[in-house]
Design a protein around this ligand. Structure first.
Ligand SMILES: [Zn+2]
Length: 428
């Protein structure tokens, strides 16, 4: 493999994806500000001008910040790779750790150091997003103390889960020869399934409180819906989402018969029981139409393809040299290969994101149709509008931006696809 070719392909993908992202973001911002002055005709009477303009301003604020963080993120990847950051860190750690502690310790130290440095670099951006943007629009409910505690817990949980997994993968890479990627894939799939099982009971409670749903009337209604849909879940829970943010949500968590339904307390405060039922029916639609299974299978298939590609790349010296790192033939280079792959891959996979977004939007329409068959379509429409307004999601996104990024169809398309007429809920 010719290192110059690797460098050229990577630099081209990095720049092209950066340019595309900046172009799309500017399009979106221009489109939103051009439509800021009036509520779109189909929402007239259901959305106030004030809510519409708040959504526009929120989208613009996030857009401006997005431009900055996209450019910054690209600079960071460039600094790690072609500008020699990873090479320098690797040289220091290899000399410091390997002689005394061995190859595995050196590789784990390298992975941990890159993760820590990357996290520290991201920290100011996250702070700004939470305490400047979210705060300014009234969404943030976190104190600085809670935010810092979250970060610390995140690092701890990340280390407890990430280090053993990394050690397992590195060990497989070291001992199982040319087909290591197949074994590593099997290990990752098993690990992911395990994580799905322990997430609701072990990890999520570290960050939030979960209480059984106490509202008996709503409980009966939700249970009747699940029975109608032939769906088994192990409990309905309310999560204190309001501890961090005013954004509302509901989701399923866990695997197989251990699935739980989780409602954010913010969702229950805002929606009527009928609307909660319709939102849940939509989520059930994702299971009933096999979206959840399909998504999991496609993620596993893509990671197998990715690991097979890495299996080939990791054996080419041009792969390392082309991305700015000189491997040492007397030391294991598996951690280096993993890191370079994770840094370079997003610039290439960015270009398939419209495809994934397209599939996801199709699934959303199908889940909406399912919800309308099992619950009241008018309730679903009313809930969608409320959630849009509460999340200050823009009603006038740029069509090209939507095709590229939106995992959910824009409100206008979604409501137009529902059988029920638009509800009239806004107060003038
Ligand atoms: Zn959905």
């Amino acid at each position: 493999m010719n290192p110059t070719l690797v460098t050229a392909a990577f630099a081209a993908a990095l720049l092209l994806s950066l340019a595309t992202q900046l172009w799309l973001a500017t399009r979106q911002m221009r489109h939103v500000s051009q439509h800021r002055s009036a509520v779109p005709a189909i929402f007239a009477g259901t959305v106030t001008l004030q809510a519409h303009q708040k959504a526009a301003d929120y989208t613009l604020a996030k857009g401006r910040f997005g431009l900055l963080s996209t450019a910054f993120g690209t600079a960071v990847v460039l600094a790690w790779t072609l500008l020699g950051g990873l090479d320098a860190l690797n040289t220091v750690l290899r000399a410091a750790v390997m002689p005394a502690w061995g190859g595995m310790a050196y590789q784990l130290a390298l992975l941990a150091a890159v993760a820590l440095i990357g996290g520290l670099i991201e920290l100011p951006l996250e702070w700004y997003s939470t305490f400047r943007i979210e705060q300014a629009f009234g969404f943030n409910r976190m104190s600085l103390k809670l935010w810092l505690a979250d970060q610390a817990k995140g690092v701890l949980v990340g280390a407890l889960i990430g280090l053993p997994l990394a050690a397992l993968v590195l060990w497989i890479m070291g001992v199982s020869g040319g087909l290591w990627w197949l074994w590593a894939w099997a290990a990752l799939v098993g690990f992911n399934l395990l994580l799905l099982v322990i997430y609701p009971t072990v990890i999520a409670p570290l960050f939030n409180k979960f209480e059984p749903l106490a509202d008996e009337a709503l409980k009966a209604r939700v249970q009747a819906l699940m029975q109608r849909c032939g769906f088994a879940a192990k409990g309905l829970f309310v999560m204190d989402g309001s501890k961090r943010s005013a954004h509302a949500n509901a989701y399923f968590t866990g695997l197989g018969a251990a699935k739980r339904v989780v409602f954010f307390d913010t969702l229950l405060q805002r929606l009527t029981p009928g609307e909660v039922e319709a939102v849940l029916a939509h989520e059930l639609g994702h299971f009933k139409r096999k979206h959840v299974t399909k998504r999991m299978v496609s993620i596993f298939a893509m990671s197998l393809a990715g690991l097979a590609l890495l299996g080939w790349l990791a054996a080419q010296s041009g792969f390392y040299a082309g991305l700015g790192v000189s491997p040492n033939m007397s030391a294991p280079n598996d951690a280096l290969a993993l890191l370079l792959f994770m840094m370079a891959l997003p610039s290439f996979t960015f270009f398939i994101s419209p495809l994934m977004a397209q599939v996801s939007r199709k699934h959303e329409f199908e889940a909406d149709a399912y919800a309308c068959a099992q619950a009241d379509g008018r309730d679903l429409a009313a809930a969608l509008l409320k959630l849009h307004e509460d999340n200050a999601a823009t009603l006038t996104p740029d069509p090209v931006y939507v095709r590229f990024y939106y995992s959910h169809p824009p409100a206008s398309e979604r409501l137009a696809a529902l059988p029920a007429p638009l509800p009239r809920t806004a107060t003038p």
